[in-house]
Design a protein around this ligand. Structure first.
Ligand SMILES: [Zn+2]
Length: 307
């Protein structure tokens, strides 16, 4: 058994384990190697996926994955307007940010913003299991559920529920009424957790250089939060002072995109630098796909004798 695997006595198989081992750089793959596979990106707020994982999601979709985007909160606290107006603007921008990255569909669960530590994690887990079974999700992209330094309860509550849902969606006695309704148990076996705060573990550096325009496209749709309109706001402030920045161009769209490129991607440049990449995102990747032939299968093949 390699040092990167451990023995699961329940399943009787050696399973890949990703919390050890070297950092692997994931580069663009030619063609559509993931065709037929499905991933769910699960975030809490409008700007989480665009900022933490927008490039990676665009890359997975370009390489053949079908992507679904789930937002767990209603984002009512962010946007600078009344609660109701914030909910509406974030919801509308969420659709646009998802479309910019190529997601097939979005789903909003509307838990109250900043209050997810008070909700029933069991309720959230059941809703995620329903979606994972319905879409037959192979892979999730979400928050690190046990990540160092995470101060936002919506982030860790979401990450924990996703992690729990990934394996319980494969167990037929969990939420068995869903099976009566026609859904089948379905394991989610690959997980990418964002590198969300300094000090969190990561073992994947994803080269997002070829997807940076799509990441910027999604960031500039995040106007209620995430800085998507900072460029046009700065441009307007400078006009009032009789000034202009050549960087920001001559229209609001260009101003927002170039502001994002110049000021909102510093961490992506920093993550790429050690690997000679222009832009990168970091993840903690866990692969629980089982080997086709387990050690039990091997032993039986070698040692079983006729009765
Ligand atoms: Zn967030």
């Amino acid at each position: 058994m390699s040092k990167n695997s451990f023995y699961n006595s329940t399943l009787g198989v050696a399973m890949a384990r990703a919390d050890v081992g070297p950092i692997i750089v994931e580069k663009d793959q030619p063609g559509q190697p993931h065709k037929g596979k499905v991933f769910a990106a699960v975030h809490a707020h409008l700007d989480d996926i665009p900022l933490y994982a927008g490039g990676h999601c665009a890359k997975l979709i370009r390489e053949g994955y079908t992507g679904y985007l789930i937002r767990t909160t209603n984002d009512e606290k962010r946007g600078g307007h009344s609660t109701a107006a914030n909910i509406l603007s974030n919801e509308q921008e969420h659709l646009k940010a998802a479309a910019a990255l190529g997601f097939k569909d979005t789903f909003d669960l509307y838990y109250q913003n900043h209050e997810m530590d008070g909700i029933s994690s069991l309720d959230l887990r059941g809703r995620l299991i329903f979606l994972f079974r319905m879409w037959k999700v192979d892979t999730v992209v979400t928050f690190n559920p046990w990540g160092h330094g995470e101060e936002n309860p919506d982030h860790w509550a979401t990450g924990r529920a996703v992690e729990e849902a990934c394996w319980m969606s494969g167990i037929e006695n969990d939420f068995h009424e869903q099976l009566e309704a026609g859904l089948a148990p379905h394991d989610v076996l690959e997980r990418y957790y964002f590198y969300g705060r300094p000090g969190q573990l990561y073992n994947r550096v994803v080269d997002i250089t070829a997807h940076i325009e799509k990441k910027i496209d999604s960031i500039v749709e995040c106007r209620s939060q995430g800085g998507g309109n900072f460029g046009s706001e700065l441009r307007a402030r400078l006009v009032q002072q009789g000034k202009r920045l050549p960087l920001l161009g001559n229209d609001d769209r260009t101003a927002d995109r170039e502001y994002a490129r110049q000021f909102l991607l510093d961490s992506n440049r920093e993550y790429g630098k050690p690997h000679k990449l222009a832009f990168a995102e970091r993840f903690y990747y866990i692969d629980q796909r089982r080997p086709r032939r387990s050690s039990v299968d091997e032993y039986v093949a070698k040692n079983a004798v006729a009765l």
